[in-house]
Design a protein around this ligand. Sequence first.
Ligand code: ATP
Length: 207
Amino acid sequence: MKNNTPLNVGITGGIGSGKSTVAKIFTILGIPVYYADDRAKWLMAYDTKLKSAITANFGEESYLSDGTLNRAFLADQVFNDSEKTTRINNLVHPAVREDFEQWVNQQKSPYILKEAALLFETGSYEELDLVINVSSPLVIRMTRILLRDPHRTEAQVHAIIDKQLPDEQKNELAHFIIKNADNKLLIPQVLKIHDKILAKIAAKNSD
Ligand code: ATP
């Protein structure tokens, strides 16, 4: 890491673990957050090069007549087809990586956060300096998701969870864990990690 480029810190967690909520607390501390999953959706909808590649691979039906992404069609294509999942990931991930690198180079803070649901599953955590896992019991996550996303059924949420690495494994791979259960306050946990990251950066810069 060069002294003038921010340290890249990932923030991940299973669906509904609260990673976006935690990321917002870091934003209040002045830490910029790159929301990789949202940005991937944006790039799929608007990035000309990526749109052409998706159309070439999955057909004209990938975009609706008004040019917007045909989410239902693509979700249907990839959800239960691992070959197609790999194919779309191989198109989207490099585009996100490039976009992320450009974004990082514009940031002036000591560190930045990259928020994504599948940092470990995709292997992209290996490109980051540190990773925070937001960990929350399954039953709490399910309750919160069903409240937040009334369009989802419990079975659909389980199907997504089944494709994610179990929390215990994420905790083992992470440098920091934030516990987001009903009896745990988030802000003190975030402040502690923020201080630890700044201390690591200070130590590195004094080398
Ligand atoms: P996804 O993987 O679906 O993007 P996420 O991990 O980013 O989800 P959030 O959207 O941050 O999770 O949180 C899921 C829901 O739970 C949201 O409605 C959020 O407001 C709520 N929530 C998160 N943490 C807490 C908390 N500590 N107390 C109460 N509600 C919470």
